[in-house]
Design a protein around this ligand. Structure first.
Ligand code: 4NP
Length: 154
């Protein structure tokens, strides 16, 4: 299974989601291919935001080697799950799809974890460090639930 995490800039939420899912999958012995990208191209080639790197480092996960890239239509073929951090990202990706099969690969991250259905992983870019901790907590819970669902359906 191949999972693509998507946010706007690919320097805060989606690289954190990639790191959290990688960590959890590896702990559970689940073989997943995981990547992340942004719907926007502002930060192509950049490492994750230093506050994201620092928060994840405090949780024992190193995401410093990740580099931002932008979503491309080829990602519809290259991934089984395309997981959007908020509804803008979700809508932007669905708008690029060419078929129902492609559109149905697009999921909303927090729809995996109750009670946060249809809510956004909040964008921490313009806030303080506490925003990154909130993102981490939400991602930990939703990525655990994602893996639970994957294991149940396997
Ligand atoms: P992300 O956060 O989508 O979680 O990576 C953002 C990063 C950069 C910008 C916005 C959100 N920006 O406007 O540059």
């Amino acid at each position: 299974m191949r999972v693509l995490m998507v946010c706007l800039g690919n320097i805060c939420r989606s690289p954190m989601a990639e790191g959290v899912l990688r960590h959890l999958a590896s702990n559970r012995g689940i073989d997943l291919e995981i990547d992340s990208c942004g719907t926007a191209g502002y930060h192509i080639g950049s490492p994750p935001d230093r506050r994201a790197v620092s928060n994840m480092f405090d949780h024992g996960i190193d995401i410093s080697d990740l580099r931002a890239r932008q979503f491309t239509k080829a990602d519809f073929s290259n991934f089984d799950f395309i997981v959007a951090m908020d509804t803008n990202n979700f809508d932007d990706i669905v708008a690029l799809s060419n078929s129902d099969a492609q559109a149905s690969k697009v999921k909303l991250m927090l729809n995996y974890s109750s009670p946060y259905e249809n809510q956004a992983v909040p964008d921490p870019y313009y806030g303080g460090d506490e925003g990154f901790e909130e993102v981490y907590d939400l991602l930990l819970e939703s990525c655990k639930a994602f893996l639970d669902q994957l294991e149940t359906s396997a």
